[in-house]
Write a protein that binds this ligand. Structure first.
Ligand SMILES: *Cc1c(COP(=O)(O)O)cnc(C)c1O
Length: 366
């Protein structure tokens, strides 16, 4: 039971809105895979997946454990595990998860397991590296992969996929188009030599925004589901899903010359009032937001963070705000605030969202 007062409220209506926004951008036959890795981008992967299960075709997670959590919550839709390791292959089968096989080591290990079990047409996904140089086979691995596949009916390739390196950056358009073309060529080789046609997918959120022509059979939406497109205009069309709230634990009246927080980095120049809030860097509030770089909202007014961000707390300046202990504090509840915090912390919104720790209670409001 988590009765911590610092809560991330996930906005179910916003999830619906964002899903519909992408559906309307895509052809009706294009399948939607919702990426709910990293606890649903710092929210709650299980709650989000349960809420949208009937509105999407597929789920993906990064690691096996994340997929097991979804199955234990009785998610029935297919779940692609993007980054499995060899010791995970048996649990993957036990929980009916679908592995991404990205090199011969894991591909052969899975085929061996499938033969031994034996499994029948077990769904697998094969990933190709088309330029990101992160995970995936090279196109010249195709003949060897095909030979192995033609010799077995213990696995079946549900999809062939790749990942774009710079889908958000139109200055890299030529590189991206080249990745898409290479992917289409790879897919052709499979279509020529297999007697069935695996699904194809290469687009993430910003890929859908910039290269919708390459939607193939499915798209993989992560950050877009949580309210961020890759441009300001696109983000304006989406709704924020992550509302982070807390309360004022204590208020202090500070005399001129007194200081607030570790290293005494805030020094009061005039009679001041500070509020202490139970959220800190261990909850995902970057230390870079300290010393008036970041702010929270209390009774509709901005309260700058003063002094250093502590592990479990922040102190904010409420000298000019009418407030009392127990009042609600909004850490962020708009895309603008999340983007602002990310800019100040010299990072991207992905990191700001996924930094929200497990200690923060999560609720989903539909
Ligand atoms: C995380 C991830 C996605 C989702 O990307 P977004 O930019 O959040 O939409 C898609 N595909 C792969 C392979 C990923 O790792």
């Amino acid at each position: 039971m988590n009765n911590h007062v610092t809560v991330l409220e996930i906005d179910g209506k916003a999830l619906d809105h964002n899903l519909n926004y992408f559906k309307q951008k895509l052809e009706s036959k294009t399948k939607i895979l919702a990426v709910v890795k990293a606890f649903g981008y710092g929210s709650d992967g299980v709650k989000v997946a349960k809420y949208i299960e009937n509105k999407v075709d597929y789920f993906a997670v990064a690691y096996t454990q994340e997929g097991i959590a979804l199955r234990e919550a009785e998610i029935k839709k297919p779940i692609l595990v993007l980054h499995p390791q060899i010791p995970n292959l048996q649990p993957i089968v036990d929980y009916r998860l679908e592995p991404n096989l990205y090199n011969f080591k894991i591909f052969n290990a899975f085929l061996k397991l499938a033969d031994k079990a034996p499994l029948m047409n077990y769904p697998i996904h094969i990933k190709f590296n088309t330029g990101l140089n992160r995970l995936g086979f090279w196109h010249n691995d195709i003949p060897k992969i095909l030979t192995s596949l033609q010799e077995t009916n213990h696995v079946k390739v549900v999809s062939i996929f790749s990942h774009l390196a710079a889908s958000e950056d139109l200055e890299e358009k030529e590189f991206t188009i080249n990745q898409i073309n290479n992917f289409a060529y790879i897919a052709q080789q499979f279509y020529k030599h297999l007697d069935y046609q695996p699904m194809l997918h290469i687009l993430n959120t910003s890929g859908v925004v910039n290269y919708a022509q390459a939607q193939f059979d499915m798209v993989r939406i992560g950050i877009g589901l949580f309210g961020f497109g890759n441009t300001k205009e696109e983000t304006l069309q989406l709704k924020n899903t992550h509302n982070l709230k807390s309360i004022i634990s204590q208020i202090h009246l500070i005399q001129p010359g007194e200081t607030v927080g570790y290293n005494r980095s805030f020094v009061a120049k005039r009679p001041s009032k500070s509020a202490t809030i139970p959220i800190g860097h261990a909850d995902g509030i970057s230390r870079r937001l300290g010393n008036k770089k970041g702010f929270v909202i209390i009774n509709n007014q901005k309260a700058p963070i003063i002094g250093n961000v502590c592990m479990d707390m922040i102190m904010v300046d409420v000298t000019k705000i009418d407030c009392k202990e127990g009042d609600e504090v909004i850490i962020f509840n708009t895309q603008e605030m999340i983007q602002h915090n990310s800019n100040i912390s010299e990072t991207i919104v992905y990191e700001t969202l996924t930094a929200i720790s497990q200690r923060v209670k999560k609720t989903l409001k539909s």
